[in-house]
Design a protein around this ligand. Structure first.
Ligand SMILES: [Fe+2]
Length: 245
C-alpha cells in the first residue's frame, strides 16, 4: 500500500519526536503492508502562521534524505517520498509561489490541502481554483473530521466537482476518532466523496501508521477492487504526478 500522508520525519512538527519514533513508525507501517510513504510535515512547524518557523522544501528534502539513509541502514523496506501538509491560506500560497513550500514528490501536480479545523473560509474555492490554474490538484485532507463538512457534506461535493480530490484518514473508518466520525466517514465513502485513504500518522501509539484494518472496512462499503485502488493505484498516480481519473 501507498500512504500519501504521514508525519514521520522527526522533530519538525507535532509528528515523530525523534529518530527512534520515526523508525518505529516505519517498522509498523511495513508490518501493516505499507511499502511507500509520503513524508508530509506541516508547512508551519508550530501550526500557527509564523514565517520564521517553516518546514521549507530544503528542510523536508534534507530530512527525507536522512530518513532514507537510516531506513537503508536498518534494513527497513519502506520507500520515502517528500511532501508537505499544506494549510489553506494566502500566506501558504505565497510561500508556494516563492518556491519555498513542497508539493507531493516536488512535482507541482498534487498538494495536500488542510482546511482550518472549525471553519470553511469563503476563499476556499478561490484558493483551490488558483492552485488548479497552476496545474496543481488540491487533495482535501480528512474532510470527515472537519466540523462544517460533517454537517454539510455538499460543501465537500462542491470542492470535488470543481476538481479537488479528498483523502480520508484510514483510522476514521475503524472508529479510532469515535463513533460519530466513523459514521460520517461511512456516509462520505458511500456518497462517493472519498478518493483515497492515508494514515496521517503522527506517532507509534496515539496516531499510528496503519491502514489494513481501514481497507477491510472500506472493502465492505465499496468492494475490494475500489478499496485497493484507494491505497494503491490512486496514490501511485499522485506520486507519479499523473492524472488519477
Ligand atoms: Fe497531517
Amino acid at each position: 500500500m501507498i500512504d500519501i500522508h504521514a508525519h514521520i520525519l522527526p522533530g519538525v512538527d507535532d509528528g515523530a519526536k525523534n529518530w527512534g519514533q520515526s523508525l518505529e513508525m516505519a517498522r509498523m507501517a511495513v508490518a501493516d503492508g505499507i511499502t511507500v510513504m509520503v513524508a508530509t510535515p506541516h508547512l508551519f512547524k508550530g501550526r500557527t502562521i509564523d514565517r520564521t518557523r517553516l518546514n521549507t522544501k530544503e528542510i523536508i528534502l534534507q530530512h527525507v534524505a536522512q530518513l532514507r539513509h537510516r531506513l537503508y541502514e536498518e534494513k527497513i523496506p519502506l520507500e520515502i517520498i517528500p511532501g508537505c501538509d499544506f494549510p489553506l491560506g494566502f500566506e501558504s500560497l505565497q510561500l508556494l509561489d516563492d518556491g519555498r513550500a513542497l508539493t507531493i514528490n516536488d512535482a507541482n501536480r498534487y498538494l495536500l490541502l488542510e482546511l482550518p479545523d472549525t471553519s470553511l473560509p469563503p476563499a476556499t474555492e478561490e484558493i483551490c481554483f488558483y492552485l488548479q490554474s497552476k496545474g496543481i490538484t488540491p487533495i482535501i485532507t480528512h474532510p470527515e473530521r472537519h466540523m462544517i463538512i460533517q454537517e454539510m457534506p455538499y460543501k465537500l461535493k462542491r470542492l470535488i466537482d470543481s476538481g479537488c480530490l479528498a483523502q480520508m484518514t484510514g483510522n476514521s473508518l475503524t472508529g479510532w476518532f469515535g463513533r460519530r466520525v466513523k459514521k460520517i466517514s461511512r456516509q462520505l465513502v458511500k456518497l462517493g466523496y472519498v478518493h483515497l485513504l492515508a494514515t496521517d500518522a503522527h506517532d507509534p501509539k496515539g496516531r499510528p501508521p496503519l491502514l489494513s484494518e481501514a481497507v477491510t472496512e472500506l472493502s465492505r462499503l465499496v468492494g475490494e477492487n475500489r478499496a485497493r485502488a484507494m491505497v494503491n493505484d490512486i496514490p501511485g498516480k499522485i506520486i507519479a504526478g499523473e492524472p488519477c481519473f
